[in-house]
Design a protein around this ligand. Sequence first.
Ligand SMILES: [Cu+2]
Length: 461
Amino acid sequence: MREPRRLMLSRRDLLKAGGLTAVAAAGLAAGGGPRLLRTLVQPATVLAADRPPDLKLVGTDGWISLPPTPSVYSASLGVTVHPDPYAPDGKSTYIFGFANASGLADNVQFNLKNKAQHSAPLFWAREGADFRIQLTNVGLAQRPDLFDEHTVHWHGFKNVIPFFDGEPTGSVSIPQGQTFTYVYLSHDPGTYMFHCHVEDTEHVQMGMTGIVFVRPAQDGNTALYPSGRYAYNDGDGSTGFDREFVLFLSEVFADSHWADAHIQLPEWSDYRADFSLLNGRVYPDTLLPNGSVARDTSFVVHPARDVDWNLVPPTPDRADLDSQPLSALVTANAGERVLLRLANLGFMEAAINLVGLKVRVVGRDATYMRGRGGFSTAYDTSTLSFGAGESFDAIFQAPLFSGGSGTSGQGYDTYVLHNRAYTRGDNLVGDGGGQRTEIRVYPAGSLPAQAYPNQHPDDAA
Ligand SMILES: [Cu+2]
């Protein structure tokens, strides 16, 4: 106890003696002064600027729907942890998560308590843009005894200052009832992910995770590729695409979700991926349309909600999926180029396999595949192997239409995209329940131009 106290006193003495001024003066004399001062004042200056955030998020809790069978028994907790008997309305699983509060007044967004979605709201920024996210911690409906803070950590963002990094031991985190605005100047195009970094083993597993991507400055140049849409500033059109789909990999360890709902602690060394998810859903729910999304060019708009503040479910008969709004179905016309933006914030390695298709990996971890000498390091593969926290930008050209798959006359060819591990591609529930989706290829000219990422042919108008 004695040593720290003496240290504190000596620091106070230093300040009393004008030590800070002396340090600043020394910095100025060394030519580093203005830079030092600018670093110190930047957050306050930025926050003082009168401009609304681009995206308003709340951190809270909620419930999602996963297949009820088979049930999951936890040996360490000594109970059946899935499906959770506390779950409302045909749902199964307790989550922590984010919800999109854009367009809501600051006091109104507290109605989104218990309305978290999984995965988190998708958003994107353009290279060079000043992008701002306002995060409000509205608390946990199921656990009023917890006072957990939340943050937004933009995973892999290269130029963030610690103030906006969201890593809570080195910077600020947001207590319940409080609001904070994160500011990003996006320099590097590519696909990233974001998550809450508070007690992150728990908050990431519980669902505070999603995808964010940065569009390149080259966008709009129709001379290199007709659509004018690119993954990177390639200079030659090689990353041009007609459609883009985000596919976010996450996992549910049923013990931890049950334990958080029931005021218990899970045994983390028992970790299992009981469920492996794509965009917060499991197959065949991955094929269903989007739930509430903005019907313009951005998801970063207040999404439609009903009178109880629930999101609109993907189809009327699946009200249980209202908190899992993002479709994972990939669709294209024959001959079109499709960009897949994939990221993994599960805790396990994953090998995502495209059956009968090859993709060209043009970016990894938001880094364009080009070597120092300018040569391309892009490569073709049918299997993408991820560690946790890694991302891929991969492009394929939709093959020629071959007459529709099977005998059902659906009007499209079907290719499967799945986790190559059998136990995770279907979660051991036979024909349903895993990290799996489809790529559907239609005859040329069938689908209209894509209006927003992950657009589904059956999305509500
Ligand atoms: Cu959190």
